[in-house]
Design a protein around this ligand. Structure first.
Ligand SMILES: Nc1ncnc2c1ncn2[C@@H]1O[C@H](COP(=O)(O)OP(=O)(O)OP(=O)(O)O)[C@@H](O)[C@H]1O
Length: 317
C-alpha cells in the first residue's frame, strides 16, 4: 500500500499577545505519522489540541514552523494548486458553496474550476445527487437549505472532482440522527467504490465507529495514541452501558459478573448497567439480566469521545 500523508516532526508555533508581551504557543509539536492510501483515519482530541492546525498544514493553508509534510506525494504549500486536484476538504463550520446560487450552479462552477469534461461533470453529479439524495433541492439557493441538506451539498462539492484524499473537519456537527447516518453511509460507499482515503476530525464517537478503522489522538500538539478504537477504549478502560427496560418493577440488578449497576428509574423498570468490553459482552450481560427479570427493550450507550480522550490524557500525565 502506498502512503498518502506523511509528516515528520511537523511543528507549528503561533505568537499571541499576553497583556503587553508576546508569547509563543506551540499548536503542533513534532508530530510524526503516516496514513496509507485507501484507509479511514479519525483524528481526535480536546478543543485546542491542534487538530485544525495540523489539517491546515496538510492542505497547504498554513506553513509549518519546522518539520516536513507530504500530502499525496506533494509539498502542500508549494504545490497547493496541484494538491487541490487530489484533495477534497469539508469544514463543517464553513461553506464552500455560493450562498445565493442554486446548488446545481455551485457544482457547475466547481466542475469548471476542476476542469471536468461536461460528460465527466454530468456523470459525477448524477452519482452524487443519487447517493446523497439531493434531487429535491438542486434548484434551491444554498442559503435556503436546512443544515442537513447543506452538509450533503458541501460534501458533494468537495468530492465532485473525485479526490483521492478527503479531509473532513467535524462533518456531522449539528446534524440530526438521520442526516448523520446518511452522510456516514455515503462516505463508506464512496470509499468502497473509489478507494478514497478519509481523514476526519470529530467529537462524535459514532463517526469514528462507523467510518474509521484507525484513530489518532492528539494532546497539546503531541500524538498521544495511534491505533484502533477498540484498543483505545481498552487502554483507558472506557465502559459501555446496557440500558434495559423491564416488564415489571425490579430491585436493583447488582452483582452481575463484570458489571456495575449505575442506576434505576421508574421503580426499577429501567436500569443502567456499565460493563467492561474486555471482560464481558453485551450478550452475556443481557443473558445475566434475563435470568433475573423479563427484558422488554434494550439499548447500548457507547463511551463518548470526550470521556475517552479525558481518560487517555489523565493516564499519560
Ligand atoms: N491563528 C492562530 N493564532 C494564534 N493561535 C492559534 C491560531 N490558530 C490556532 N491557535 C492556537 O493553537 C492551538 C491549537 O488550535 P487548533 O485550532 O489547531 O485546535 P483544535 O484541536 O482544532 O481545536 P477545536 O477542536 O477547538 O477546533 C490552540 O491553543 C489555539 O488557540
Amino acid at each position: 500500500m502506498s502512503t498518502i500523508i506523511e509528516t515528520h516532526a511537523l511543528t507549528r508555533d503561533f505568537t499571541v499577545r499576553d497583556g503587553l508581551r508576546r508569547k509563543k504557543i506551540r499548536a503542533v509539536d513534532e508530530m510524526t505519522f503516516s496514513v496509507e492510501a485507501g484507509s479511514a483515519v479519525g483524528y481526535i482530541g480536546a478543543n485546542g489540541a491542534g487538530k485544525s492546525t495540523t489539517i491546515k498544514m496538510l492542505t497547504g493553508i498554513l506553513v509549518p514552523t519546522s518539520g516536513s509534510v507530504a500530502t499525496c506525494g506533494l509539498r502542500p504549500v508549494q504545490d497547493r494548486r496541484l494538491l487541490a486536484r487530489q484533495v477534497g476538504v469539508v469544514f463543517g463550520q464553513r461553506s464552500q458553496l455560493w450562498w445565493d446560487l442554486p446548488v446545481r450552479e455551485s457544482f457547475t462552477i466547481l466542475a469548471a474550476i476542476h476542469r471536468l469534461t461536461s460528460e465527466g461533470e454530468r456523470r459525477r453529479t448524477d452519482e452524487l445527487v443519487e447517493q446523497l439524495e439531493m434531487g429535491d433541492f438542486l434548484s434551491t439557493p444554498v442559503r435556503q437549505l436546512s443544515l442537513g441538506q447543506r452538509m450533503r451539498a458541501e460534501v458533494a462539492a468537495a468530492l465532485l472532482h473525485s479526490p483521492q484524499l478527503v479531509i473532513l473537519d467535524e462533518p456531522t456537527i449539528g446534524l440530526d440522527v438521520l442526516s448523520k447516518q446518511r452522510l456516514r453511509e455515503f462516505l463508506v460507499q464512496e470509499r468502497r467504490s473509489h478507494g478514497t482515503t478519509l481523514l476526519l476530525t470529530t467529537h462524535d464517537m459514532g463517526d469514528i465507529e462507523r467510518l474509521c478503522e484507525r484513530v489518532l489522538v492528539v494532546d497539546h500538539g503531541h500524538l498521544a495514541y495511534d491505533g484502533t478504537l477498540t484498543g483505545l477504549s481498552r487502554r483507558v478502560g472506557a465502559q459501555r452501558v446496557l440500558v434495559v427496560d423491564l416488564a415489571e418493577p425490579t430491585s436493583d440488578l447488582v452483582g452481575l459478573p463484570a458489571t456495575q449497576h449505575l442506576g434505576s428509574e421508574s421503580r426499577g423498570l429501567q436500569q443502567r448497567l456499565a460493563f467492561d468490553a474486555e471482560h464481558t459482552t453485551a450478550a452475556a450481560v443481557l443473558a445475566a439480566v434475563s435470568e433475573r427479570a423479563e427484558v422488554r427493550d434494550l439499548s447500548i450507550e457507547e463511551p463518548d469521545i470526550e470521556d475517552v480522550v479525558r481518560r487517555l490524557y489523565a493516564a499519560s500525565r
